[in-house]
Design a protein around this ligand. Structure first.
Ligand code: ADP
Ligand code: MG
Length: 632
């Protein structure tokens, strides 16, 4: 190690001890086996960018700045022979005193939290998180360089014209030196002697990859190598006025961000000043499945604070049900040195989340109006997310209702919104009717539809398992209550031309049959009774009074295999030919028993409650045999 060979004054400066806290941090980092060591470069570039931002401001307000016309930029060069890496900037620079102050103690708030978390985890080793988790989570600022460095030398010249250049040098965890140096131009040069196992960071291609990954939108040019090729895109398109950005730029940025092949369905560009300052570009991907080469490995938005990337996957800016949204959020109100941990608890974050969430929902509502077929494409891919939102979102699921789409009994092949349904509602209808079932086709045969069909009402089909969860919350839309057609007490308004509901005569005749069926089915059902609600179907099953509502039962069945559905009431249609003829059969007949069992099991089947449909085959064969015996 020939650190002192670079000492321009040719005599060794007095070593200055690091503060205890810093020493501890350095000790951890020097011996760290953290696999994502590449983040050290992000930290150094972000420091250079901060220094450039500060001088940028200084030049605007202060005339006596050294090198006021120098290009503002960052230059990175590596020497594979020497295994060194150099990061130079033309930023604000540091005086010797500032170096002692800034590089001798922990400035970075993340580093301080890291130390704190480390001490805590040492106190409670059992629940301790792994060291590398913590490094990744907190970001440790300048000192992260010690994950890859054998020694580090920082030479800087402040923007103050009369200040002398100085060199800060550190070769280990205990002390550093600061001494006068030769440097004519303003700014800072950080030279790193890489550890042997860190020689990858002297390779230009590796450096380019890291810069693109972590620092692509740093607002100053980053030049790499001897030829000083600019590697970052630099422009933060989200900070440009939407009028300046073309559709193809949005798509190109999306492609760079995600490496998805298909362009996004829709994007939104936000620029907000209150209650919090933010820029954002948000995308709805064409499909909720990620492409084979997608760059986005996890859900979350890219979060920048003042153009510096803070978090690759931030999940605190959107509710979980919108986690498919891609994009970037950048705020001037988040402190530059905000750490990953403190991001979560930052007050500004809650405000940003509100803004981002309502923008996404507005964008979807607008899409539904402007381009219904594209919205239907969205719905086909993302329905489950929005349903999950209705079921789980504690605040205002109402905001999602107009985004829901349904197939209905009168429009089974197309997606209808609740507003479409309301528009088609005939005069006199007050409630929104729905039917729950296992699959859309069999639902259409349900006996529960008899009565609403007779009244000419449209019924929403809820055949997705998630619908039951959604219906626990979705009970009303715009003054209209939602009503399950399977509800035994379903209230239907009088419709003109409808037959009166009670007809005494057949009821009396049928009472004996009801008794026989009750006796035959025994405790398989909680009761058997007649109904006037059926027209085309002989029977149906409804819940007895006091049972949990059908959606709740469905939710419980889905969550718990063991859940026992309460015994149902079998309702019979006294006008149906099967029941009329059954009634006419001589009293104890084996055929009547078969028919009663079959009526009951058909009703179970249509409810999706039949435990063993194939078990019906034998009985159906017997019924066919009996039918063939009847002479024409
Ligand atoms: P943070 O960036 O969060 O303040 P760091 O540990 O990354 O913490 O950096 C410590 C301090 O060192 C910075 O606040 C800054 O004052 C100083 N510093 C680091 N790098 C540079 C640089 N390239 N130019 C000027 N000052 C720098
Ligand atoms: Mg920093």
């Amino acid at each position: 190690m020939d650190a002192t060979a670079h000492d321009s004054t040719q005599h060794t400066a007095q070593p200055i001890p690091f503060k205890a806290e810093t020493r501890q941090l350095l000790d951890i980092l020097i011996h760290s086996l953290y696999t994502e060591r590449e983040i050290f470069l992000r930290e150094l570039i972000s420091n250079a960018s901060d220094a450039l931002t500060r001088i940028d401001f200084e030049i605007l307000t202060n005339r006596s700045v050294l090198d006021s016309s120098a290009e503002l930029g960052i230059w990175i060069t590596a020497d594979t022979q020497e295994n060194t890496l150099t990061i130079r900037d033309t930023g604000i620079g540091m005086t010797a005193e500032e170096m002692v102050q800034n590089l001798g103690t922990i400035a970075h708030s993340g580093a301080r939290e890291f130390i704190h978390a480390f001490q805590e985890s040492a106190k409670h080793p059992a629940e301790g998180r792994s060291l590398s988790d913590m490094i990744g989570q907190f970001g440790v600022g300048f000192y992260s360089v010690f994950m890859v460095a054998e020694w580090v030398r920082v030479t800087s010249r402040s923007h103050l014209p009369e200040a002398e250049a100085a060199t800060w040098m550190c070769t280990g965890a205990d002390t550093f030196t600061v001494e006068v140096a030769e440097k004519a131009d303003r700014g800072t040069v950080v030279t790193i002697k890489l550890k042997e196992d860190a020689s990858e960071f002297a390779q230009d291609h590796r450096l380019r990859q890291i810069i693109r990954r972590h620092s692509d939108f740093i607002p100053f040019p980053i030049y790499l190598g001897e030829k000083a090729e600019q590697v970052n895109r630099q422009t933060a398109i989200w900070r440009q006025s939407p009028r300046q950005v073309e559709q193809k730029d949005y798509e190109e940025f999306y492609r760079q961000l995600t490496l998805e092949v298909d362009p996004p369905l829709v994007h939104a560009h936000m620029m907000v000043d209150a209650p919090a300052q933010m820029y954002a570009i948000l995308y709805i991907p064409a499909s909720q499945e990620r492409g084979m080469f997608s760059l986005r490995r996890e859900p979350g938005l890219k979060l920048y604070a003042r153009k510096v990337l803070i978090q690759e996957y931030n999940r605190d800016l959107l509710p979980e049900y919108l986690e498919f949204v891609q994009g970037v959020v950048d705020s001037e109100d988040l402190p530059l040195n905000v750490s990953r941990e403190s991001v979560q608890s930052n007050r500004i974050m809650a405000q940003l989340k509100k803004l981002v969430t309502s923008k996404v929902l507005d964008t979807l509502r607008k899409l539904a109006v402007d381009d219904p077929s594209k919205y239907n494409q969205f719905w086909a891919g993302y329905a489950r997310y929005l349903k999950q939102g209705v079921a789980m979102e504690p605040e205002e699921p109402e905001g999602l209702y107009s985004l829901l789409r349904f197939h209905t009994t009168t429009h089974p092949g197309e997606w209808s919104s609740l507003d479409d349904y309301l528009q088609r509602m005939p005069p006199g209808q007050e409630q929104i009717y729905y039917i729950v079932g296992d699959d859309e086709r069999s639902v259409l045969y349900s006996p529960h539809l008899d009565v609403v069909r007779r009244a000419g009402y449209e019924v929403l089909i809820m055949a997705d398992p998630l619908d039951a969860f959604m219906l626990v919350r979705l009970t009303q839309y715009k003054e209209h209550k939602l009503a399950n057609v399977a509800d035994a007490d379903l209230k239907l308004p009088e419709t003109p031309g409808q037959e009166p509901e009670s007809e005494e005569a057949p009821q009396v005749e049928m009472e004996a049959l009801v008794g026989r069926i009750r006796q035959h089915l025994g405790d398989q059902v909680s009761d058997v009774r007649l109904t006037t609600r059926l027209t085309d179907s002989p029977a149906r099953l409804v819940d007895p009074q006091g049972a949990p509502n059908p959606e709740m039962q469905r939710v419980m069945r889905l969550l718990n295999q063991e859940f026992e559905t309460p015994k149902k009431v079998l309702e019979l249609n006294p006008h149906h030919p099967i029941l009329q003829r059954l009634n006419a059969l001589p009293e104890p007949s084996p055929l009547a028993g078969l028919i009663i069992d079959q009526i009951y099991e058909d009703a179970l089947l249509i409810e999706g409650l039949h435990p063993d449909p194939a078990g019906m085959i034998q009985r159906i064969q017997k019924l066919m045999e009996a039918a063939l015996e009847i002479k024409p």
